[in-house]
Design a protein around this ligand. Structure first.
Ligand code: HEM
Length: 408
């Protein structure tokens, strides 16, 4: 049983959850445990130029809001950055920030491209890419796992799905890294906005080109699909491309990095996994719970509503902290122990309800491919430098991972 020390955790009343710096500290589990125990639904005070917001930290409360698209909306933003700025320019057009009938129609259309059947050949590509990359790095003395492995798999996969020309991929990756989850300390808000605009412009051009050169990729589906006899608008196409390239890359990339780091930090779990004591499917869920790359999502209340005994007023911002809910001691026994054999393991890493992650199947397949490849071809993993955390109030993980692998 792993216990944590609440006494040394920061007082929830003093924590600034808008500050990316808050999330590079090492006692986040203690911090969230104290929130859950003392202020499970906490009203975060306003910060300069930004309104107050609710912080939901227990599993059951977060689930209840995720499920409830009658009393809560995603159309005024679904992450702190946009919620606090007063809205998202993609509202009503991009899946994640669209509600109601339009959301269902676009989602059903896109789901066809993301079903296990439709993705069969893509999954084969993921396995091949993973195997090639791991094959290359085991031959090296040391390498940066983030740069040489993690950043090529999800990005390569989502680019394959959208048939993005190979020569454009490095630039897209560089823009992705500057958007939601500013990786470096010196990236400014302007850098983020500029990167987002570059991605939108890129897809505007690519969509125009694709209309004249249709294939069986997701972008071709977006430019030709009809809902109630009408094509999607230009903005709907471009914003959904943006969401796929970002959603498809970031969270999967950092979970891949977290997977390797967790094995290094928990050698007994690596031994169990390597010895075949835990199946890949079961292990994948604990890897996802432990990594929880998307720390929060959020909503606006449409009406006065109660959450966890607190009265939320219509118009209030409500943030749901997966990174806390996934370690809620009332749902996960011994939550601070990394236990690859944990079952059941109904984490909220992919959210829940109407906006449940569209790419969950793909995200899982990418991790399963990695786990199988590590088990098969790697004997030892060792840290040879200090990994640095991503500075973000949204994305949890590391931007580099200097390691050395020994071949099996
Ligand atoms: C939605 C997490 C991988 C595309 C979501 C949501 C979460 C999430 C928590 C819910 C957002 C909300 O409720 O507001 C993750 C994690 C991933 C991952 C942790 C990897 C480990 C992917 C991939 C893709 C993707 C690979 C695309 C290929 C999307 C899209 C939505 C979404 C389009 C919006 C769905 C909707 O609003 O109906 N994701 N995601 N995600 N994700 Fe993912």
């Amino acid at each position: 049983m792993t216990t944590i020390d609440l006494a040394s955790a920061p007082d929830p009343l003093t924590v600034d959850l808008t500050d990316p710096g808050t999330f590079v500290r090492d006692d986040l589990h203690e911090m969230w445990a104290r929130f859950r125990a003392e202020r499970p639904v906490h009203r975060h005070p306003e910060t300069p130029g930004r309104p107050p917001f609710w912080v939901v930290t227990r599993y059951a409360d977060a689930m209840s809001v995720y499920k409830d698209n009658k009393n809560f909306t995603s159309e005024r933003g679904n992450v702190l950055a946009t919620l606090l700025a007063g809205g998202d320019s993609a509202a009503g057009k991009m899946l994640a920030v669209t509600d109601g009938a339009r959301h269902r129609a676009i989602r059903n259309m896109m789901l066809k491209s993301f079903s296990p059947r439709a993705l069969q050949h893509v999954v084969a590509g993921v396995r091949k890419r993973t195997s090639d990359l791991i094959g290359q790095v085991v031959a090296k003395d040391s390498f940066d796992y983030a740069r040489e492995v993690a950043e090529h798999i999800p990005m390569g996969t989502i680019c394959d799905l959208m048939a993005i020309p190979p020569q454009d991929r490095p630039q897209l990756l560089a823009w992705n890294k500057k958007t939601l989850s500013s990786e470096a300390e010196n990236d400014s808000l302007d850098d983020q906005v500029m990167a987002r605009n570059e991605i939108l412009l890129y897809f505007s051009d690519l969509a125009r080109h694709r209309r004249r050169n249709l294939g069986d990729d997701v972008l071709s589906t977006l430019v030709t699909a009809e809902i109630d006899g009408e094509r999607l608008s230009e903005e709907e196409i471009i914003f959904n491309c943006y969401s796929l390239i970002l959603g498809g890359d970031e969270s999967s990339r950092v979970s891949s990095i977290s997977t390797v780091l967790a094995f290094i930090q928990h050698p007994e779990q690596w031994r169990r996994f390597k010895a075949g004591e835990v199946s890949t499917n079961v292990a994948t869920e604990e890897v996802l719970r432990w990594a929880t790359p998307a720390m929060h999502f959020g909503r606006r209340a449409l009406v006065d509503v109660e959450v966890g005994g607190e009265r939320i007023a219509a118009g209030d911002i409500v943030t749901l902290w997966n990174t806390s809910a996934n370690f809620d001691e009332s749902v996960f026994p011994d939550p601070f122990t990394y236990d690859l054999a944990r079952t059941p393991n109904k984490h909220l890493t992919f959210g829940y309800g109407p906006h449940f992650c569209l790419g969950a199947f793909l995200g899982r397949e990418e991790l399963k491919a990695l786990l199988d490849e590590l088990r098969e071809n790697v004997a030892t993993m060792e840290l040879v430098g200090t990994p640095e955390r991503i500075r973000s109030n949204f994305l949890y993980g590391y931007r580099n991972l200097p390691v050395s692998f020994g071949a099996a």
